[in-house]
Structure formats: C-alpha cells, structure tokens
Design a binder for this molecule. Structure first.
Ligand code: CO
Length: 199
C-alpha cells in the first residue's frame, strides 16, 4: 500500500467525522479529558481505542513492546504523571495480549541490543514465577501464562511509580487494572489484579 493511500484515508476519515458531528474537531481542540490511561503492547493487532469502542479524546494511550512499566523508564513514567496529575484520569489499564512476541522473546535466547535489554523486564516476571511456568508442559501454555503473569507484574510496577504513590497519598481516586486481550476472538478479559490503594 503506498503512503498516499494513508493520506487519502485520513481525508475521508476527517470528512466523515465532520459529517457525523460538525463540532467534533472544535470540541476536541478545546479540551482533553479522558477517563482512562491505557498501557498496552505496540502490537499492530491490538488497537487500543478500537477494541474498547472509544473515540478520540476518550482514551490516553501509551504503548511499547510487551506493555512494560518500569519506574526507571522516563517515557512511561512521564505518561503516568501527566495522566494522573494533569488529566486526573481515574483508571490505569495495563493490557497485555496472548500471542505477544515480546513475551515469547523473554522465554527464548539469542536476542541482542535494545530489545534484549527491554525484554529483561518481562524476564523478571518469568523468574518470579519460574516454578509455576516450569510445571507447564508445552511452550504454548508457558507463553500464554507468561502473557498473563507479565500483566500482573506490570500492574505492580505501576503501583511503585512515584506519581501513583503520591496520588494515593493525596487521596486522589485512582485504580490500576490488569487485562488481557485474545487475538483469536477479539475479547478482553479482566485478570482480577486491580489495585486501588497503596499497599
Ligand atoms: Co505484544
């Protein structure tokens, strides 16, 4: 597909939005007040807004390989800080997905460079649950389970980020959730890892 197609698509999209709602762009320019921060995988098959049916302006989004949250990552922690302190979002959703290539990479060898360093965050989750993962017989089962465990691990990481701890200290309402998306049926599942106060 040539890049010109993307511009043509964009023109058609903007025209359709304006036809449906003449004030659409005007309203969006005036205010950004999403209720949710989505931290998801960069995977092209997991388009955040689309799978939860939210329009522009309704979901603040951060995506990276394997939906990792690290208190040392300035990019992700800046997103969290802005979302909490400025936008006052009340729900942080860490959403992983089955079939995640980043998570599978953490189960294997032979990586190098930035991906290798980044995936260490997922390996940390794998080491913490090595016993449970070791009991699973086949690669597919271990991979699926690590996709879930990685989400829970990243939810815990969110709870250690300064902006989150400070919000809870101030008594600002804020919940952190762990969800997983299944590429096979397009459905989300709540991993029941929600945290709503400082532990
Ligand atoms: Co992924």
């Amino acid at each position: 597909m040539p890049l010109s197609t993307l511009f043509a698509n964009n023109g058609a999209w903007a025209a359709a939005q304006t036809r449906r709602d003449p004030q659409f762009f005007e309203r969006l320019c005036a205010i950004q007040s999403p209720d949710y921060l989505w931290i998801g995988c960069a995977d092209s098959r997991v388009p955040a807004n689309e799978i939860v049916g939210l329009a522009p302006g309704e979901l603040f989004v951060h995506r990276n390989v394997a939906n990792v949250v690290s208190p040392d990552d300035v990019n992700c922690t800046a997103v969290l800080q802005y979302a909490i302190e400025t936008l006052k979002i009340e729900h942080v959703i860490v959403c992983g997905h089955y079939g995640c290539g980043g998570v599978e990479a953490a189960l294997g060898e032979g990586l190098h460079g930035p991906v290798q360093r980044w995936i260490q965050h997922v390996r940390d989750a794998a080491s913490r649950h090595a016993l449970e993962l070791g009991r699973l017989q086949d690669h597919e089962a271990r991979w699926r389970r690590l996709c879930e465990l990685n989400v829970v691990h990243q939810v815990e990481s969110v709870c250690h980020v300064a902006a989150v701890r400070e919000a809870w200290q101030r008594g600002q309402p804020l919940m952190v959730h762990g969800w997983i998306y299944d590429l096979r049926d397009g459905l989300l599942r709540d991993l029941n890892a929600t945290v709503s106060t400082a532990s």
